[in-house]
Design a protein around this ligand. Structure first.
Ligand SMILES: Cc1cc2nc3c(=O)[nH]c(=O)nc-3n(C[C@H](O)[C@H](O)[C@H](O)COP(=O)(O)OP(=O)(O)OC[C@H]3O[C@@H](n4cnc5c(N)ncnc54)[C@H](O)[C@@H]3O)c2cc1C
Ligand SMILES: NC(=O)c1ccc[n+]([C@@H]2O[C@H](COP(=O)([O-])OP(=O)(O)OC[C@H]3O[C@@H](n4cnc5c(N)ncnc54)[C@H](O)[C@@H]3O)[C@@H](O)[C@H]2O)c1
Length: 481
């Protein structure tokens, strides 16, 4: 058994762990990052990047399918599944290669391979071969897919999760995608556009992270029109006979049945804390067994343990994992004089088509905290530039604070949502009022003009005293143009 004594041990060399390492290293050279799996991060290997590569292929197929509406005559797109998956894997491997290179450039003494588990408050067993004694410990172990009980046993290799999809060497003929969260939406729409027979199953009628009833209703209609979807399926029961998986479910009081080649479980992700021996870490755990950290310090209680990224059961997003890693690593390095760091305004983007974006506070969050707010909305179905591009589908709803007119947040499904989401999140973070946003530049013709329509409706709904004309531009009576 080897023994190692360090100031900071980081468990997990994913996005959060890598950023924790860089921050902690500014304080100490007595540091180790422990990785039990492959280097390369979930984001690059089986998450953000390969999913966007698959979506890019689907977008190309869709552009061909839609070309006719512009008078551009093409033959029907022929999808070469082997070539599609080859590009996904090759480009993915390139991204992974850069990450692995970055980790392998760290001093060898800072890298340890093996599964880590707490054996005492300051002591970790790593793979049964090394004992690490650490002054501070950062947990950055990520998340793993949650699969409904019994499905693995029933379905065997016909049950797949996101990791498996990106290892495919060809596209399958048919897939049942279960779960209408972010992964379910992105992958089901992409696979359907690539010619795979897909049915998307949900159980609550919810679509992605949307909470605004108007936006969610529009999203349900869009998804329902884009592919076979059973968004309110009950008693979903998969069984396997040879190579065929049969799904049976109840919808609108009727029992249905359909055969597929695979079932893709996109039924959520849970913090990867199993087997970590947290009972020995001496830290408080919540009812799900997850250590609760201060959002702005990443420190668990008053302990020497910090947690960052998907492991912490907060927003499971890449930029949040990196930020949390930076805060956790810095505070582990400067411990016990930890500092409070700012966080960014929430922003979520779903790379469906049309895309979904949530910026600032969601509709549900505003209701939950009893905020006094008004809403404005605009449809993209007839919006000028969206129609020009043949992408006129969607809705945006924007929220502003009563009395102050401060912009609070937005939810949307529609064209260019990844960009509009950023614009709106930045407006929230910088504390802009709805009037200040309306007085900002809007080019013509752009999709953002749809957002302006929603902001004008919001301004009217807020019904604030009219600002003096000398102080604002987008003001009545001439603002309608
Ligand atoms: C299909 C998919 C698509 C996604 N798309 C996006 C997107 O478009 N945009 C976005 O912002 N986010 C996206 N995400 C989410 C994003 O990938 C994650 O939020 C992010 O990768 C989390 O990083 P992490 O460092 O917390 O975890 P990881 O990168 O998973 O790192 C955790 C590491 O810890 C290691 N580990 C675990 N337990 C132990 C142990 N006991 N001992 C030693 N090592 C251990 C693991 O092997 C792993 O390497 C997507 C996720 C998925 C699954
Ligand atoms: N674009 C992005 O940023 C992006 C993309 C993919 C993943 N992610 C991250 O990864 C996380 C995990 O994604 P996800 O889609 O797996 O989780 P999710 O929590 O977003 O969605 C899971 C869905 O599965 C449903 N579900 C669970 N069990 C079910 C069952 N037995 N039958 C039917 N439905 C069931 C849930 O009701 C939920 O709607 C996301 O929350 C997100 O933070 C982000």
């Amino acid at each position: 058994m080897n023994h190692l004594n360090v100031d900071v041990a980081i468990i997990g060399a994913g996005s959060a762990g890598m950023s924790a390492y860089r921050a902690a290293r500014a304080h100490t050279d007595r540091i180790v990052v422990i990785e039990g799996g492959a280097y390369g991060t979930t984001c690059a290997r089986v998450g953000c990047m390969p999913s966007k590569l698959l979506i890019a292929a689907a977008d190309a197929a869709h552009a061909v399918a839609m070309a006719g509406r512009f008078g551009v005559v093409t033959a029907p797109a022929a999808i070469d599944g082997v070539a599609v998956m080859r590009r996904v894997r090759e480009e993915r491997d390139r991204f992974v290669g850069f990450v692995v290179e970055a980790v392998e450039a760290w001093p060898e003494a800072h890298r340890l391979r093996g599964h880590a588990r707490f054996v005492a408050q300051h002591e970790l067993d790593v793979g049964g071969h090394t004992r690490v004694t650490a002054g501070r410990i950062v947990i950055a172990t990520g998340s793993r897919p949650h699969v409904p009980a019994g499905w693995r046993e029933t379905l065997g290799d016909r049950l797949v999760v996101n990791d498996d999809v990106f290892a495919w060497t060809d596209l399958p003929a048919s897939v049942a995608v279960v779960g209408t969260g972010v992964i379910g939406l992105e992958l089901s729409l992409a696979l359907a556009r690539l010619g795979v027979r897909v049915r998307l199953f949900g159980r609550s009628g919810r679509v992605g992270p949307l909470t605004d009833p108007d936006v969610a209703a529009k999203a349900r209609a869009i998804v329902g029109a884009a592919l076979d979807a059973s968004l309110d399926a009950h008693d979903l029961m998969p069984t396997r006979h040879g190579a065929v998986v049969t799904l049976r479910w109840t919808e609108n009081g009727t029992r249905h049945e359909e055969d597929f080649e695979y079932v893709l479980a996109a039924t959520g992700r849970v913090p990867a804390l199993d087997g970590l021996g947290l009972e020995h870490a001496g830290v408080p755990l919540d009812e799900h067994g997850v250590p609760q950290a201060g959002r702005h310090t990443r420190r668990v209680g008053r302990s020497h343990v910090f947690i960052a990224g998907d492991a912490s059961d907060e927003a499971a997003l890449l930029h949040e994992a990196s930020d949390e890693g930076r805060i956790a690593g810095d505070n582990a390095g400067r411990y016990p004089d930890t500092i409070v760091r700012p966080r960014r305004t929430p922003l979520t983007v779903v790379f469906s088509d049309p895309q979904i974006a949530l910026a600032g506070e969601s509709h549900a969050q505003l209701l939950a905290r009893g905020a006094r707010f008004a809403a404005g909305s605009a449809s993209f179905d007839d919006q000028g530039r969206s129609r020009v591009m043949g992408r006129n589908l969607g809705i945006v709803r924007v929220y502003g604070e009563a009395d102050s007119g401060r912009f609070l947040g937005a939810e949307m499904i529609g064209p260019a949502a990844e960009h509009i989401g950023h614009l709106l999140a930045w407006a929230v973070q910088h504390g802009l009022t709805v009037q200040q946003m309306l007085d900002s530049p809007f080019y013509h013709p752009v999709v953002e003009e749809g957002v302006r329509t929603a902001l004008r409706e919001l301004k009217a709904a807020l019904d604030l005293p009219a600002p003096p004309l000398a102080g604002c531009l987008d003001c009545a009576p001439a603002a309608a143009v």
